[in-house]
Design a protein around this ligand. Structure first.
Ligand code: F6P
Length: 361
């Protein structure tokens, strides 16, 4: 049994991080009598002078419904560099971090993060340091787990946005375009589009044609519905087209919503407006599901460490928390199956994905 474990959060924040932290602390301290040290600002907090905080059931009291992370987070840090599009992990920061963990008396780590953070965690594991990962991303794009916490809250936020756009679109007979996050997957757009009664859903997995999108808008017009709600995932592309970046240097997606709004307005002659939902999807209180999933992940991560597991990530599979190797967890992106049930159901109820032949059928 470990005397002291550390916990850190890395990458973009997601609603539910504090729920995991609270569960880790309550389980580690209350159930197993261990000490828990919070490492601030991702792995950066174990470099140099080190920035840590002691976590007790008292210090984590009341954080369950809080958005963000009480530990702070960093997107990119000293531990990983991209060289020719591939991640490279320099030895120096890892050796320094391992030496500092030894000085601090931290014997094992629980790391909350997405693909990038978990790939760094794996480097610690490879050097023999006990580590358990907890998957986090609002994008829900990690193949090894059915769900990541933060995703359901993001869908709630996007659904509410669509509900609100619906009434203003209908009042003005306009086309409203909502750009949502999701990186190169359409999970948020698809789920929120269904829940928020979008008429057109554009996702990276199904390249769209403007001809087909415009045809759907005009078909609705002919049928007496003079407004249209479109939800577009930030990574969606036209057939044969490229993703649109707001920041090409840092590969930050953004701008497809404006592009769709302009083109649909031009092709249909309809007044069109764009809303970019952005970080509203990540900020604020987690919903009930994400609090529950985060809590379950946190408690299971501690139990996995205590039972001697390492180099693993907790994951939800068939409704149960299991552990999978970190290498597997980072390897594959989970994309929306284009012939899957949800896409089929959306099509069955008349939602268009803007695919080239759709508008002509
Ligand atoms: O991965 C989560 C996510 O919110 C993506 O959906 C989005 O593309 C990206 O992070 C935004 O990152 P940043 O916070 O650096 O703008």
């Amino acid at each position: 049994m470990y005397k002291q474990i550390g916990i850190l959060t890395g990458g973009g924040d997601a609603p539910g991080l504090n729920a995991v932290i609270r569960a880790v602390v309550r389980t580690a301290v209350g159930e197993f009598g261990m000490k828990v040290t919070g490492i601030e600002d991702s792995f950066e907090g174990i470099l140099g002078e080190t920035h840590t905080m002691s976590l007790t059931p008292k210090t984590v009291s009341g954080i369950l419904p809080r958005g963000g992370t009480i530990l702070g987070t960093r997107n990119r840090g000293s531990f990983a560099q991209m060289i020719d599009g591939k991640p490279f992990f320099p030895e120096l920061p890892i050796s320094e971090a391992l030496a500092n963990l030894d000085i601090l008396g931290i014997e094992a780590l629980i790391v909350l993060g997405g693909e990038g953070t978990l790939a760094i965690a794996e480097q610690f594991h490879k050097r023999g340091f006990p580590i358990i990962g907890v998957p986090k991303t609002i994008d829900n794009d990690l193949a090894a787990t059915e769900l990541t916490f933060g995703f359901m809250t993001a869908i709630d936020v996007a659904t509410e946005a669509l509900d609100r756009l619906h009434t203003t679109a209908a009042s003005h007979d306009r086309v409203m375009v909502l750009e949502v996050m999701g990186r190169n997957t359409g999970w948020i757009a698809l789920h929120a589009g269904l829940a928020g009664s979008a008429d057109i859903i554009l996702i990276p997995e199904i390249p769209f044609s403007f001809e087909s999108v415009a045809e759907k808008v005009l078909a609705r017009e002919r049928a007496g519905s003079r407004f249209t709600n479109i939800v577009v995932a930030e990574g969606a592309t036209e057939v044969g087209g490229e993703e649109i970046y707001s920041d090409t240097q840092n590969l930050r997606l953004g701008g497809v919503g404006e592009h769709v709004t302009r083109e649909v307005g031009r092709l249909t002659g309809k007044e069109s407006r764009c809303v970019v939902l952005g970080h509203l999807q990540r900020g604020g209180s987690p919903n009930a599901f994400d609090r529950m999933l985060g809590t379950n992940f946190g408690a299971c991560a501690v139990r996995a460490l205590v039972s001697g597991e390492t180099g693993k990530m907790v994951a939800l599979q068939a409704g149960t928390i299991v552990t999978v190797p970190l290498s597997e967890a980072c390897a594959n992106t989970k994309t929306v199956p284009v012939d899957g049930q949800l896409v089929r159901s959306a099509r069955d109820i008349g939602i268009s994905f803007g695919a080239p032949l759709e508008g002509k059928g």
